[in-house]
Design a protein around this ligand. Structure first.
Ligand code: SF4
Length: 413
């Protein structure tokens, strides 16, 4: 089978949001194409998108696909839309492949009617929030400047009820490097078993992180994550999966599959906008205006027509499209050069290591040190075969490290 296929179809069912997060790549950063898009996906666009997905499944003999409902805020599309979408997708695809449904929401509209519907339709729902009130309110306010925390906390309490465990997806949390990662993890863990994706904010070489760069600690994110790793690892935090750590450890010992931001596996995901335009991964909107546009549309083009687009094809042939520095780096099989939006450079395009290169070196070498203390010889050899060794590893064990070290790094924020 050719490597040029799409398996995860991210449908922008609503191109507007009901809250006003200041770091949002959809509305607040470089790309402003949302202003030209219909607020909701129409039934005509949805029907034609389903036709194109079916055509693609048959052409590539795919065994299974994922359909992710996304926005803006996807719940703004309304309950009738999801009833119709799921019934049509099942009618068209269920006889030819397996279908999984997912959604990423800010949780504001979530109530018992919604979770009942999502349960019936088997749509897995992930929630985005940045933690307890003080952290969440730094960036995730509504259009009047009010806190969104009470609503999202209510949504979490609802979703964590045992009867909804089947549809409860993970949590997305943007890292704030001047926060206390241990306090944050303890707060999350009170809800129950879950998976958390701690995300780097969407900075790049043009729009750099506000915290100060340091040759060892980068922008402070690697140190923050290392402190989180130590606490999570040493205390065996029951039921909390932290995807960045699990993915990196898996990749460091020779595994292949990880979230798009890491490793070298091909990324088989694309976006369909509310007007039916095919787009590259939406977080690229943080780089420059027009970054995600393909000018190709479900009414005139098939999914196969988009593989000529650099930002689609370069995520399939990942290693070949990394910078020279990354291709030579011993950590590349784990790091993967970092997430593509963070590699953007105004002169070099995407031919650059991520702006978080030093943060990732710090984090991966920290995890490497911790693993070397506990792995048996067979696993140690797997790790050495995958990422080699660095005899000159700095002493980065930081579980008892004073947070003032970290504050030095982020003083400029
Ligand atoms: S650690 Fe830096 S140089 Fe190495 S692969 Fe990652 S981004 Fe590239």
């Amino acid at each position: 089978m050719s490597d040029s296929f799409i398996q995860t179809f991210l449908l922008k069912v609503a191109a507007r949001c009901n809250i006003n997060c200041d770091y949002c790549y959809e509305y607040k950063l470089a790309d402003q194409s949302w202003r030209r898009k219909p607020p909701r996906m129409s039934i005509d666009v949805l029907d034609q998108t389903i036709n194109r997905i079916k055509e693609h499944v048959l052409a590539h003999e795919l065994k299974g696909v994922s359909i992710i409902f996304h926005g803006g805020e996807p719940l703004l599309a309304g309950k009738d839309f999801f009833e119709y979408a799921v019934s049509q997708i099942k009618a068209q695809l269920e006889d030819i492949c397996s279908v999984k449904f997912g959604m990423q929401s800010n949780g504001i509209l979530l109530n018992s009617n919604w979770v009942t519907l999502l349960s019936r339709l088997k749509i897995n729902i992930g929630i985005s929030l940045d933690g307890y009130k003080e952290l969440n309110d730094k960036h995730r306010l509504d259009y009047k400047g009010n806190s969104t925390f009470p609503q999202v906390e209510k949504a979490l309490k609802l979703l964590f009820q045992p009867q909804y465990s089947e549809i409860r997806g993970g949590l997305l949390c943007v890292i704030q490097p001047d926060s206390n990662p241990i306090k944050l993890l303890e707060w999350f863990s009170k809800f129950g078993n879950t998976q958390i994706d701690f995300l780097f904010p969407h900075y790049n070489h043009y729009r750099k992180p506000p915290s100060k760069y340091d040759e060892l600690y980068g922008y402070g994110y690697g140190l923050w994550l290392s402190r989180l790793f130590d606490y999570w690892w040493d205390n065996d935090i029951e039921g909390i999966k932290i995807r960045i750590f699990e993915d990196l450890m898996h990749l460091m010992i020779g595994g292949k599959y990880a979230v798009e931001a890491f490793g070298l596996s091909s990324v088989h995901l694309t976006v369909v906008q509310t007007d039916g335009e095919y787009e590259a991964v939406d977080s690229l909107k943080s780089t420059y205006d027009g970054a995600v546009s393909t000018s190709k549309n479900v009414f005139r083009h098939s999914f196969d027509d988009i593989f000529s687009e650099y930002l689609i094809s370069s995520r399939i042939a990942k290693f070949e499209n990394l910078s020279e520095k990354c291709r030579q780096c011993r950590l590349v099989k784990a790091c993967g050069g970092g997430y593509i939006p963070h590699r953007y450079h105004p002169k070099l395009g995407f031919d650059s290591p991520t702006i978080y290169c030093q943060d990732l070196i710090f984090l991966i070498e920290h995890i490497e040190q911790r693993l070397l203390l506990v792995l048996d010889d067979e696993m140690k050899n797997k790790m050495i075969t995958t990422i080699g060794t660095n005899q000159a590893l700095p002493q980065v064990i930081c579980k008892n490290q004073d947070t003032t070290l970290h504050n030095t790094v982020s003083d400029n924020s």
